[in-house]
Design a binder for this molecule. Structure first.
Ligand code: SF4
Length: 162
C-alpha cells in the first residue's frame, strides 16, 4: 500500500480560507485505486487557523523564503500569520513522516500547499514562481510532490515502483 498525503480541500474537505473546498475528481479517483491510500491534511488548520479565515499571501517571496526569514505570510490587512503557517507545515511533515507517506498531491497556488506558484503578496491575483510554506518544507525533506494537474505523473511513478 502506498500512502499519499493530499491537500484535504482537494478531497472535498471544506477547509479553504473561504469555507469552501476544491474537490478534484482525478485526485479522488487516485485515492480509490487499489494499492493507494490517501491521508488528507490541511496545514493551515493544523497550524491552528480557523475556517473561514482571512485570505493570506506570502509577502516578499515564496515558501522557501519564509523558511529563510526573507518573507512573511500576511493577510490583506497586514496581520502576520507566519507562525501559524510554519507550525502547520511542521506538523504536516511530522504526520507524514510518522505515517510513512511516500508522495504528496498539493493544491497549486496556495500559500501553504502551492507547488510551482503562489500569489505574490499584493492581493491582486498575481502569481510568483515558487512553493508554499508546507510544500517548501516537504520538498526539502525529499518527498515527491505533485499538484492536482500532475496526478498522471504520480501514477507513472507508482507504476515504476511496483
Ligand atoms: S492549506 Fe492546503 S489543504 Fe488547507 S485549504 Fe489551503 S490548499 Fe487546501
Amino acid at each position: 500500500m502506498t500512502l499519499v498525503l493530499v491537500s484535504a480541500c482537494l478531497l472535498g474537505r471544506t477547509c479553504r480560507y473561504d469555507g469552501g473546498a476544491c474537490y478534484h475528481e482525478k485526485v479522488a479517483a487516485l485515492c480509490r485505486r487499489p494499492g493507494v491510500a490517501c491521508l488528507p491534511i490541511c496545514p493551515e488548520i493544523l497550524g491552528g487557523l480557523p475556517t473561514p479565515r482571512p485570505a493570506a499571501e506570502i509577502s516578499g517571496g515564496h515558501g522557501g523564503d519564509v523558511w529563510s526569514g526573507r518573507a512573511r505570510v500576511r493577510t490583506a490587512r497586514g496581520e502576520d500569520v507566519t507562525p501559524a503557517f510554519i507550525s502547520g507545515a511542521r506538523r504536516t511533515f511530522n504526520l507524514a513522516r510518522q505515517a510513512g507517506v511516500r508522495a504528496a498531491i498539493l493544491k497549486e497556488r496556495s500559500p501553504s500547499c502551492g507547488k510551482h506558484y503562489v500569489y505574490d503578496g499584493t492581493f491582486r491575483g498575481l502569481l510568483t514562481p515558487g512553493p508554499g510554506v508546507t510544500a517548501a518544507l516537504l520538498a526539502r525533506q525529499g518527498l515527491p510532490l505533485f499538484n492536482e494537474e500532475e496526478v498522471d505523473a504520480l501514477v507513472r511513478l507508482l507504476a515504476e515502483r511496483d
